[in-house]
Design a protein around this ligand. Structure first.
Ligand code: MEV
Length: 322
């Protein structure tokens, strides 16, 4: 029985969410909380999956049935990735997949994308296909679109490439940024947001008032370009100001919440360079970029606003064989 262990990082959006769905760039960083997958090749002719973090235990079907019938949501990404890989690179072996996450799937760190990337990387390795990062990205991104219909693919890029990445919709540009370490405090709002629902809500708002929403997206694009320069120069004060401006635009899109606003305000009053929601909004997490000496004050302020601190490091390694 051939076995391989792969892990991929979660992600945090630094700048550009929502606009990146509409052909604009964003900046995303990989975090040190990882999702790992053990993959066994078997002679059973069966696909089986065990992912207790998302309540999938002993899910089994014959290889001929993969991609067909009722598929539980939490198994859909892995199963679809398998179908897509097998279509391109046929094989007959059975497969057992076991995933384990260091982070809760509620945080919006991108567990579905990380697990998709892990599977594609593992299959590439186990069947000696030697896929490049871009090929792993493309196959994983196709999988995400097949399953959820929407998404820019930025989370896939973070999981594959790691580090901090300047990313354009669908992977038209994936540019790793050479950034020095920076200190990010992350606060979880306590509510899980459903990204697909929020992305569809924004699409509806855009249908109703295209000039207004596209105008906001274009302003976000300008901020991302400025932010990229600040990052390259390690100008964290400048980057913080840009985060604040990005947050204002996200509020105008209607995706911030009172709770996120309170946590963001708390972080700023405690001395963060900048703070904003990260991801689709409507819940999930906020991030605050901080001078080192203010980290503890910022954490206390976020806690005072009833946020939960999640300890992470940013700019970490992409998908790897463990
Ligand atoms: C969600 O984390 C970020 C969005 O921009 C969606 C996406 O880029 O796929 C809202």
């Amino acid at each position: 029985m051939k076995k391989i262990i792969v892990s991929a990082p979660g992600k945090l959006m630094l700048l550009g969410e929502h606009a990146v769905v509409y052909d604009r760039p964003c900046i995303v960083t990989a975090v040190d909380q990882r999702l790992s997958a053990e993959i066994f090749l078997t002679e059973s002719g069966e696909f089986s999956m065990h992912a207790p973090d998302v309540s999938i235990t002993d899910y089994k079907k014959s290889l001929a049935e993969i991609g067909k019938g009722e598929i539980p949501k939490a198994a859909a990404f892995i199963e679809r990735a398998l179908v897509n890989f097998k279509e391109k690179y046929p094989f007959d072996e059975g497969l057992e997949v076991r995933t384990k996450s260091e982070f809760s799937s509620s945080f919006g760190f991108g567990s579905s994308s990380a697990s998709t990337v892990c599977l594609v990387k593992a299959l590439s390795e186990v069947f000696e296909k030697n896929l490049s990062d871009k090929e792993i990205f493309d196959l994983s991104y196709k999988t995400v679109l097949d399953v959820q219909g929407v998404g820019s693919g930025f989370d896939i890029a973070a999981a594959v490439y790691g580090g901090t990445v300047y990313f354009l919709t669908g992977g038209k540009k994936i540019e790793p940024l050479h950034v020095k370490d920076f200190d990010l405090v992350v606060g979880y709002s306590g509510t899980k947001a459903d990204t697909t629902t929020i992305v569809k809500e924004i699409a509806k708002k855009r249908d109703e008032n295209k000039p207004k929403i596209d105008g906001i997206f274009s302003e976000i694009e300008v901020l991302v370009e400025k932010g990229k320069i600040c990052m390259n120069e390690s100008d964290w004060e400048g980057f913080g100001r840009i985060m604040n401006e990005n947050q204002t635009l996200l509020s105008q899109l209607g995706v911030s919440t009172e709770k996120l606003d309170a946590m963001i305000e708390g972080a700023l009053s405690a001395g963060a360079y900048g703070a904003k929601l990260s991801g689709a909004g409507g819940g999930d997490c906020m991030i605050a970029l901080c001078p080192k000496e203010k980290i503890e004050d910022v954490k206390s302020s976020i806690k005072n606003a009833n946020g939960e601190i999640i300890e992470i490091k940013v700019n970490t390694e992409g998908v790897s064989i463990d």
